[in-house]
Design a protein around this ligand. Structure first.
Ligand code: GDG
Length: 727
């Protein structure tokens, strides 16, 4: 078994100058964390990514790097890589997911290249994949990959983590429909889909519900071949590495050099890749505002602005660079003088030691992205302050703001506010600085990148392990259930009605049992060893009319009513929310011809089976969201069923009602059939050896077995009946 990590960049770069190869290995946080996990779990690590070198260079150098893991480079043709990386990944996905829709430069060619690159990488992963391996896919370059790998290896353990924000529905919907589906279906190929924050996770689940129509239960999406758990896994840093670097000799020397250079001046510091999402122009505007508003700080402060070259081939980045440099010049020219340069700007990366020296020399770290998945710089600054000095000013638009609660938070668009908070930070007393940093350090020490990787990969294993696989009720399995039935003396049969015993019809009142079904039920129920129950979502009057004469127990309204032998409600009193639900649904009935409302005692259902496919689906998504908001904090449950949306009393629950009224522990054989989401509540209870459950139709399920059609259920029941008669 091994871990296969997939990311756009490999943790290894080979640059050839004058025929000589220079190998750079970057042991970034991600690589270190996954390596540490693989060492702990005693499994190998293979890293798949796009090579920034050609195959000849690779063959000449592949034995020359420090091989504590394997590297499998993917070689993409330059033109394909340009369309895949610069165009679709960075000029569509990066821009849109960071809420810059006007920066999006979508082309069909870009999307085709993206799909092609994902397919090439899928082939590479498949060529090294062995059953039992865990595949961990990273970031927005490979949104289609989980699904491609799921198709190739249905039983694979696949984790997907998105390092950038997942936007809300209104932003996401801007993408062409085919792209939206590709992305969502792509991510849903994984067992675990991880995001930095719950906000991002919820944006994703809402998009899946609204666009694909797949509902989730506790962030778990059930699909044909597997289930996907969406969740928040905030990435972190190697805390000890940053914390302990404070006392590194080179860092100490560099720090004293910086301190000497700026003397009494307070230092404001920031470091970012030069990217429009990092809010650098906003930061400069705010700094200018600060100098204007608080002239007493003139000559007493210096802003060290380190920008690291990034994506220079893309026009928007080049434009941003020019704008930043213009603004720096403007501020220095207007506010500075021959003795004082307010902004010291560098467009080059710095070494790790220099970075730590800068972090630990700063009085204030000013981090102001307009949108950021996490922002590791903020965490690194906090971790490196072993001296418990310095203040972190952090944009509330960064995922890191959710973790670093003692930072001074800012709205990056509010220059006035930033100016004020800069003033506050620069004058904060040391006790408060220490208190804030100590609290954040305690959090980061516990929640470091190693814990992050371990939590994510453990979740992948767990979700994969618990993925239920309903097997067809055929052949040996069928014989096994029949044999258990034969051997049992006190059998319980729990049968859902619609979609299980009768096929769904255009209107519920048309789905009625025929003579043959009534005979089978009657005959089964008359056998003394059998106890037969109908467990349905239908109202009690319908069930009484059609089945009331049979010697069976009946549960109606999803568990709201029980007949044994008299009808009794499980819930006392009339629900108060019904009129409100009817009002909301009525608007949808009025605008969607052929849809209708079914009123029950403990629930209201909106049926859209007869509405044109697309229209029915789209309006049902809207109604669903509306009901969720209206019904918040009421004792209800909303079911997104098969062409029906139902609001029901939360105590009208098939699982609970069966548990309290039927599953008394005295049966030595229990068999439940159902086709709907509400039946899953019952299936989840039937876990012991003599308890069996059968899902009718497609879709992921907690049931142990599966039958495809109502007709197959009826054949099976006749067989049980025949066996009962024989005994
Ligand atoms: C993406 C998401 C998410 C930067 N300059 C230098 C340097 N760095 C290092 C920092 C930090 C990293 O680069 C930057 O990480 P960020 O998290 O701030 O930003 P992105 O590159 O945009 O990363 C982001 C991240 O993925 C992880 O999931 O947090 O939201 O956009 O580690 O220290 N390091 C050195 N010299 C530099 O000049 N040595």
């Amino acid at each position: 078994m091994k871990i296969i990590t997939v990311s756009y960049r490999l943790p290894l770069s080979i640059k050839k100058t004058k025929g000589k190869a220079k190998i750079t290995q970057s042991a970034g946080g991600l690589a270190t964390a996954i390596l540490s996990y693989s060492a702990k779990s005693n499994v190998n690590l293979t890293w798949v990514g796009i090579a920034d070198f050609d195959s000849i260079t690779w063959n000449e150098n592949k034995d020359k790097y420090d091989q504590n893991f394997d590297i499998e480079p993917v070689f993409l043709e330059e033109e394909l890589n340009q369309e895949f990386y610069n165009v679709f990944s960075n000029s569509v996905l990066w821009a849109l997911f960071h809420y810059f829709p006007s920066f999006v430069e979508y082309t069909d060619d870009g999307f085709e290249a993206y799909k092609q690159a994902n397919e090439i990488v899928a082939k590479k992963v498949s060529s090294i994949y062995e059953p039992g391996d865990v595949i961990w896919i990273h970031d927005y370059h490979f949104l289609g990959l989980p699904n491609l790998l799921r198709e190739a290896h249905p039983d694979a353990k696949i984790g997907y983590f998105l390092h950038i924000p997942f936007p809300n529905f209104e932003i996401f919907r801007i993408l062409p429909n085919k792209v939206k589906r590709y992305i969502l279906e792509g991510i849903l190929g994984s067992n675990v889909a991880g995001f930095h924050t719950w906000d991002n996770t919820i944006h994703f689940t809402e998009c899946v519900e609204k666009i694909l129509g797949i509902p989730h239960k506790n962030f778990l999406f059930s699909q044909e071949s597997h289930r996907t758990k969406a969740g928040s896994f905030p990435i972190s840093i190697d805390f000890d590495k940053f914390h302990n670097a404070y006392n590194n000799e080179e860092v100490i020397n560099l720090r004293s050099e910086i301190k000497k250079l700026y003397g009494d001046k307070k230092i404001i510091f920031s470091v970012d890749r030069l990217d429009y999402t990092k809010g650098i122009t906003n930061r400069l505007n705010a700094f200018e505002k600060f100098l204007e508003k608080y002239p007493e700080w003139s000559e007493k402060v210096v802003f060290l602005l380190v920008l690291v070259p990034s994506r220079e081939e893309i026009k928007k980045y080049d434009e941003r660079k020019k704008l930043i440099e213009h603004n720096v010049g403007h501020i220095n020219g207007n506010m500075g003088n021959y003795k004082w340069t307010p902004i010291v700007y560098q467009y080059q990366s710095v070494s790790f030691e220099k970075l730590i020296a800068l972090y630990t020399s700063a009085d204030v770290a000013l981090i102001s992205p307009v949108r950021d998945g996490m922002n590791l710089v903020a965490k690194e600054f906090v971790a490196s302050r072993k001296d418990l000095k310095g203040v972190l000013i952090l944009s509330s638009m960064a995922g890191a703001a959710k973790d670093l609660k003692e930072a001074i938070t800012i709205n990056p668009f509010d220059a006035e506010m930033i100016a004020k908070k800069l003033c506050y930070a620069l004058t904060m007393d040391e006790a408060e600085q220490a208190l804030r940093l100590a609290r954040m350090q305690r959090y980061l020490k516990k929640h470091d990148v190693f814990r992050w990787a371990e939590k994510f990969l453990t979740e992948v294993e767990e979700i994969h392990k618990n993925d239920t696989k309903a097997v067809p009720l055929k052949g040996k399995e069928r014989d096994r259930v029949l044999q258990k039935f034969n051997e049992a003396n006190k059998r319980l049969l729990l049968l859902d009605f619609d979609g299980t015993l009768v096929n769904l019809q255009s209107r519920p009142e048309l789905a009625v049992p025929d003579e043959e079904l009534l005979d089978t039920l009657n005959s089964l129920a008359e056998e003394p060893k059998n106890e037969v129950w109908i467990v349905s979502g239908r109202n009690k009057d319908f069930l009484e009319k059609w089945l009331g004469h049979l010697p069976i127990g009946i549960i109606a309204e999803h568990g709201g009513y029980v007949k044994n032998p008299e009808w009794k409600p499980v819930i006392i009193g009339e629900p108060e929310w019904k009129d409100q639900v009817i009002d909301i649904m009525q608007d949808y009935v009025d605008t969607n011809a052929e849809s209708f409302i079914e009123v029950k005692e403990f629930g209201i259902a909106y049926h859209y089976r007869n509405v044109a496919e697309k229209q029915g689906f789209n309006t049902s998504r809207e109604l669903l969201m509306l009901l969720k908001n209206h019904m918040y904090n009421t004792p209800t449950q909303i079911i997104d069923g098969n062409k029906v949306i139902e609001v029901k009393h939360f105590m009208a629950h098939k699982g609970t009602t069966c548990k309290n009224n039927v599953l008394r522990g005295e049966h030595d054989f229990v068999l439940a059939f159902g086709d709907d989401k509400t039946d899953e509540d019952l299936f989840e209870l039937l876990t012991s050896e003599n308890e069996f459950s059968v899902k009718v139709g497609k879709g992921n399920t907690a049931a142990k077995y599966r039958l495809e059609t109502v007709e197959e259920v009826l054949v099976f029941l006749s067989e049980l009946d025949y066996k009962s008669v024989l005994k």
